[in-house]
Design a protein around this ligand. Structure first.
Ligand SMILES: O=C1O[C@H](COP(=O)(O)O)[C@@H](O)[C@H](O)[C@H]1O
Length: 256
């Protein structure tokens, strides 16, 4: 199998969430069997409410040895701990609070009481990424990165027409004027995201169709950030029918 981008189309949102959850559980079990641990990158929004919640509901959830899984974040909002805007809060409600993950394997980005400034929070996370990276890499080769895509094509907190999307270093970037609230955020850079072995992008709804179509038709990442995402081994777009409306026919690997 080549490392081409693949699009898997599902009939509806509910089916999409259940399908990605099932694949995730299978793949994580395989990865743990192969290397005795697995690393996962999470994000907020639809990935959490659709996929993480479906993993939590799955009967197969407890077949995973969660003590061997580490969790990282693709982006986070720089607000107080426990604020409803925190991605890690929703991820906790949807999955992390219900599984046997070890606290030392949960690598959250700092909140406003853990870092005095956005810049300090970014520096802390860069150091944590580097501490878990192999060789000369600046960040780990994550096993699975789960990303949502905004209607404007943003991924993590990399937004169209903002300088961060073209910034190749450092691994963690700051945003103080996010077009989507809250304004202050931390995000992995595109190269740090792309250091993942597998990137799975999850999109549902007609409002995502135009950006996805543009990204797959060759638009630049400065205009449509999702266009710049490419995992080392696999890049898979899991989409529902509505989000797939403008995907070129030849790129659709399967339709359920
Ligand atoms: O602001 C954010 O938005 C993206 C996309 O969210 P979605 O609900 O449209 O899938 C999300 O992936 C990111 O983590 C979050 O901070």
């Amino acid at each position: 199998m080549t490392n081409e981008r693949r699009v898997l189309v599902h009939p509806d949102k509910q089916n999409l969430g259940a399908s990605v959850a099932a694949r995730f559980i299978t793949k994580i079990i395989d990865v743990i069997e192969e290397q005795d641990y697995a690393s996962v990158v999470l994000s907020g929004g639809s990935v959490s409410t659709l996929v993480l919640a479906a993993i939590n509901r799955s009967e197969a959830r407890d077949s995973v040895d969660w003590s061997k899984v580490s969790f990282w974040w693709a982006d986070e909002r720089f607000v107080a701990d426990g604020d409803d805007e925190r991605n890690d809060k929703q991820n906790g409600i949807d999955l992390l609070d219900h599984i046997g993950v070890l606290p030392e394997n949960v690598h959250r980005m700092a909140n406003t009481s853990q870092a005095a400034s956005l810049a300090e929070a970014a520096t802390q996370y860069q150091a944590e990424l580097k501490a878990h990276a192999q060789g000369d890499d600046e960040s780990p080769r994550f096993d699975i990165t789960l990303l949502g895509v905004g209607p404007d094509g943003h991924v993590a907190s990399l937004f169209p027409d903002k300088p961060q999307v073209l910034q190749t270093s450092p691994t963690v970037l700051t945003i103080d004027d996010s077009p989507k609230p809250p304004p202050e955020r931390l995000t992995l850079s595109l190269p740090a995201i792309n250091n993942s072995q597998r990137v799975w992008l999850i999109l549902a709804g007609a409002e995502k169709a135009a950006s996805l179509g543009l990204a797959l038709a060759g638009a630049g990442e400065d205009q449509v950030p999702v266009a710049g995402v490419k995992g080392r081994k696999r890049t898979v777009f899991f989409v529902d029918k509505d989000a797939a409306a403008e995907v070129p026919e030849q790129l659709i690997a399967s339709t359920y």
